[in-house]
Write a protein that binds this ligand. Structure first.
Ligand SMILES: NC(=O)c1ccc[n+]([C@@H]2O[C@H](COP(=O)([O-])OP(=O)(O)OC[C@H]3O[C@@H](n4cnc5c(N)ncnc54)[C@H](OP(=O)(O)O)[C@@H]3O)[C@@H](O)[C@H]2O)c1
Length: 331
């Protein structure tokens, strides 16, 4: 009989997670009841919010030692008691870090055959893409000529936000963690400039590149980078507070910029939670799918192979070693 392999949290990490914080279990595949659907995981999405769930401070809930890690997946229906789903259908669901998952039909979303490869439903046409689109287009409302700064510039959200900002005619400056990432940002994603946060002086580089200040800051990291950019805002700036990479591995929360930076620039500050834009997902896909198909939007996926590789891939993501959207090809 086929067994299910699951990844559980073994211990709560202090600081950066490492593979010893995770363990594997095997169990029987559950039997289906009323209207349920059994799915085989094809791709598992690894996302920074999982570190917050492990720390017990994410709005979507907590993960405690012994729990199977949560996560969004692209899965294939292998058994169904619901007439709307048939064997072979590809769905997006919260399958978690495991090979098989059981769902109520109402918790599944069919993936359009136009989304090809289906992994794009977790990356450029999935939650990270929607996050970038919602923050940049619907919240910040970019105008041609705006100076846009984006941290974690080559990651799943940042790479999409940067390319969209270029499409809107903005001057786009990335912040990334290595020379290789900065080269990729400029050569492949079309950023005008990219600052290496590890080796360059961010403040003086921003002064040089944005002499009239920053119109839009898409903040994916918080911490000191948010302070440094907030000190350099143009009048009427928009800041998208989207992520806290600098904080997730810390026990204590990090303080923010002095409000005076935001007052003097008459800034609009937007807290972004992608779940609030779920009802507009199709609108976003309708705009971005053609842009992907005609090559205007490029994407890169950092795909680990097999469920056994999930813990290590997650640890790489949480130390910034991923190059593109972190995924695991489970089967
Ligand atoms: N609010 C929402 O609804 C929402 C939805 C999706 C994602 N997010 C947030 O968006 C952010 C990016 O997510 P993603 O999936 O696109 O991840 P990602 O950018 O693919 O990966 C995270 C990147 O963060 C950077 N980083 C890591 N540690 C850092 C540190 N201490 N200081 C500064 N930067 C650090 C690294 O890039 P470099 O080394 O190149 O800097 C790393 O590659 C995360 O904070 C995530 O939680 C929020």
């Amino acid at each position: 009989m086929i067994k299910n392999t699951q990844v559980i949290l073994k211990s709560t990490p202090e600081g950066e997670p490492n593979v010893s914080n995770f363990a594997f279990t095997e169990s029987d595949i559950p039997t289906l009841n009323d209207k349920q659907v059994l799915c085989k995981t094809l791709y598992l999405s690894l996302d920074p919010y999982m570190r917050s769930q492990i720390a017990g401070r994410h709005i979507s809930g907590s993960i405690k030692p012994g729990d199977v890690l949560h996560g969004e997946t692209v899965s294939e229906v292998i058994e169904s008691l619901d007439e709307h789903y048939k064997v072979g259908d590809k769905v997006r669901c919260m399958g978690g870090w495991q090979k098989y998952s059981l769902h109520s039909a109402k918790d599944l979303n069919k993936i359009s055959e136009h989304i090809n490869p289906s992994s794009y439903a977790l990356s450029v046409l999935g939650m990270p893409g929607l996050t970038a689109y919602a923050g940049l287009v619907w919240q910040a409302k970019p105008k041609a000529g705006d100076v846009v700064v984006i941290s974690a510039a080559t990651g799943a959200v940042g790479s999409m936000a940067g390319q969209l900002a270029k499409i809107y005619g903005c001057k786009v400056i990335g912040i990334a963690g290595s020379d290789a990432k900065c080269a990729y940002a400029k050569e492949q994603l079309g950023y005008d400039e990219c600052i290496n946060r590890g080796t360059e002086d961010l403040a003086s580089r921003l002064d040089e590149l944005c002499p009239k200040g920053v119109d839009i800051y898409f903040d994916l990291v918080g911490g000191e980078i948010l302070n440094t950019v907030s000190a350099r805002l143009a009048i009427g700036a928009r800041i998208i507070l989207c992520g806290l990479m600098a904080e997730y591995n810390q026990k204590e929360r990090i303080g923010g910029p002095p409000p005076g930076f935001w007052i003097r620039s008459r800034a609009k500050i937007y807290g972004l939670v992608v779940y609030d834009f779920e009802h507009r997902r199709q609108e976003f896909i309708d705009v971005c799918l053609p842009l992907i198909n005609n090559g205007s939007l490029k994407t890169r996926e950092d795909i680990a192979q097999g469920i056994a590789a999930a813990p290590e891939a997650f640890c790489r993501l949480m130390k910034g070693a991923n190059m593109g959207k972190a995924l695991v090809k489970v089967s």
